[in-house]
Design a protein around this ligand. Structure first.
Ligand code: ADP
Ligand code: MG
Length: 460
């Protein structure tokens, strides 16, 4: 890009406005409001845009969590080559007193460099900050094992699957970062399936398919996120199939993620489905209590939040669906405690839990659970609520009751009422039976997880 924003006489206020418009679209509203709304543009000198942040903490947080978003927003609004200089200060205090830019200049460079980094990797995702638990141990080990010899292990491709917010994207980046850091190769490319699709379409429309191929077939490691996005997109699947073949043939490493196991990728070409399973398929499951607690504690430590044990316990007990919601809860706590200096108490935690429940689980109702389960068992929903004791009907009923205890915030009594007025002891009994079955029978575990995923998707 030859013409720059400053040549057009653009000032810092307008520049920042353009950037924030993109950030608003790119980030969850909460994150934008918490971290960016408070930033004040100070000046635009040449290609350096100076921004004021209220504290050093903001700078660190933005740099470690949002530098990629920020760089992307800058390059698409102002063009390439811009740098941001963060200055700590408040309106009544002159910013000069504590210039972040006075630290070794490296920091500023980091922000700058990430945008031109062609691997698309986010540096904040590593193996070190990925908390291990029963839910993810195997997937993590598989991911780590390809780092040393990408393309040369039996795990090619590696397919990680699991519900939203369970760490798929994190692991994909961790693999890439680790390979680049160790100097094994830097021809690593992380891309979402959505980006892959749009690049592919752009390539066709503009007659630059050759450059598409060059980008995608010239890598040593392709990390392709969310391949379920290809469902029912035949042309893209076909292209993906060719890319797959070309890379696999050349012993390049392929790593994919999907929100469901390959056999459930509806509308997927059969050959593609089979290729996805050539290497290793590994599942990421919902974290159990201990892992949830460990994740909270680790995050709290990283972000310098004092998290009392009782608060951590309360959060880990109630926020169960995925790691993203755990992080979301911590961000809310952090925002409250650092911005308005609220103490991290059980009361604050309860508020946060309430907010998070409103956002995530309310959308799943018992009706919905019964409906989805009935469809899976191929029986009418009413039968589940009836008194029938036929074996497969009572099995479906127990599964629905179990799911209702897991996915809704209703009391056992209320759940019983949804099932033709059964009492709470029946619900407890059903829950225990299914829990036991899931432990002893992998098919049962599979069934329940499949339903959970369907409900997740429908609720979203
Ligand atoms: P997915 O791609 O499966 O939807 P992500 O990888 O985006 O999920 O994870 C959501 C958030 O949770 C990210 O901030 C990620 O760093 C964090 N996360 C997920 N799993 C873990 C884990 N085991 N340890 C630490 N952080 C995790
Ligand atoms: Mg993801």
């Amino acid at each position: 890009m030859t013409d720059t924003a400053s040549q057009h006489g653009m000032d810092h206020i307008l520049a920042w406005q353009l950037i924030t418009e993109i950030l608003k679209k790119d980030l969850p509203k909460e994150s934008y409001l918490t971290w960016f709304r408070i930033i004040k543009p100070l000046s635009l000198e040449g290609e350096i845009l100076s921004l004021q942040v209220p504290s050093r903490f903001y700078f660190d947080w933005i740099e470690s969590h949002y530098s990629k978003h920020l760089k992307r927003a800058i390059s698409s609004s102002l063009g390439e080559g811009y740098e941001i200089s963060f200055i700590v200060g408040t309106d009544d205090k002159m910013p000069d007193s504590d210039k972040v830019a006075e630290k070794p200049p490296r920091r500023r460079e980091i922000l700058h460099k990430t945008s031109t980094f062609s691997t698309n990797l986010c540096p904040q995702y590593s193996f070190d900050n990925f908390v291990e638990g029963d839910c993810n141990r195997f997937a993590r080990a598989a991911a780590a094992s390809i780092v040393e010899r990408p393309g040369k292990t039996p795990f090619n491709p590696l397919l990680l699957y699991g519900g939203s917010g369970l760490g798929k994207t994190h692991l994909l980046h961790a693999i890439g970062n680790s390979i680049v850091e160790r100097g094994i190769t830097n021809k690593v490319l992380y891309v979402t399936s959505e980006e892959f699709t749009s690049d592919f379409i752009k390539g066709i429309q503009s007659g630059t398919s050759a450059s598409f191929n060059k980008t995608y077939r010239n890598v040593d490691v392709l990390l392709l996120d969310d391949v379920h996005f290809f469902m029912a997109k035949e042309k893209t699947q076909e292209e993906f199939f060719h890319t797959f073949n070309s890379l696999h043939y050349a012993a390049k490493q392929l790593v994919f993620s999907s929100d469901r196991p390959p056999r459930e990728l509806e509308g997927f070409d059969i050959r593609l489905m089979s290729r996805l399973q050539w290497g290793l398929v590994s599942e990421l499951r919902t974290p159990e209590y201990e892992t949830r607690l460990a994740i909270l504690k680790k995050r709290a430590l990283e972000t310098n939040i004092e998290l009392p044990d009782d608060v951590a316990h309360l959060l880990a007990t109630h926020i169960r669906d995925n790691v993203r919601s755990l992080n979301g809860a911590l961000i809310q706590i952090l925002a409250q405690s650092s911005l308005i200096k609220r103490e991290v108490t059980l009361e604050l935690a309860r508020e946060v839990i309430k907010n998070s429940a409103n956002r995530t689980t309310q959308s799943v109702s018992v009706e919905r659970i019964v409906e989805v389960t009935a469809r899976e068992f191929d029986i009418p929903s009413d039968l589940i609520r009836s008194k029938t004791r036929k074996k497969n009907v009572s099995h479906a009923r127990q599964v629905s009751m179990y799911l209702s205890t897991e996915l809704t915030k209703l009391t056992l009594k209320a759940i019983g009422l949804h099932f033709g007025g059964r009492d709470h002891a029946t619900v407890i009994h059903a829950r225990e039976i299914i829990r036991e079955l899931m432990k002893s029978d992998p098919e049962e575990a599979d069934l329940v997880e499949r339903l959970q995923r369907k409900l997740d998707l429908n609720g979203a």
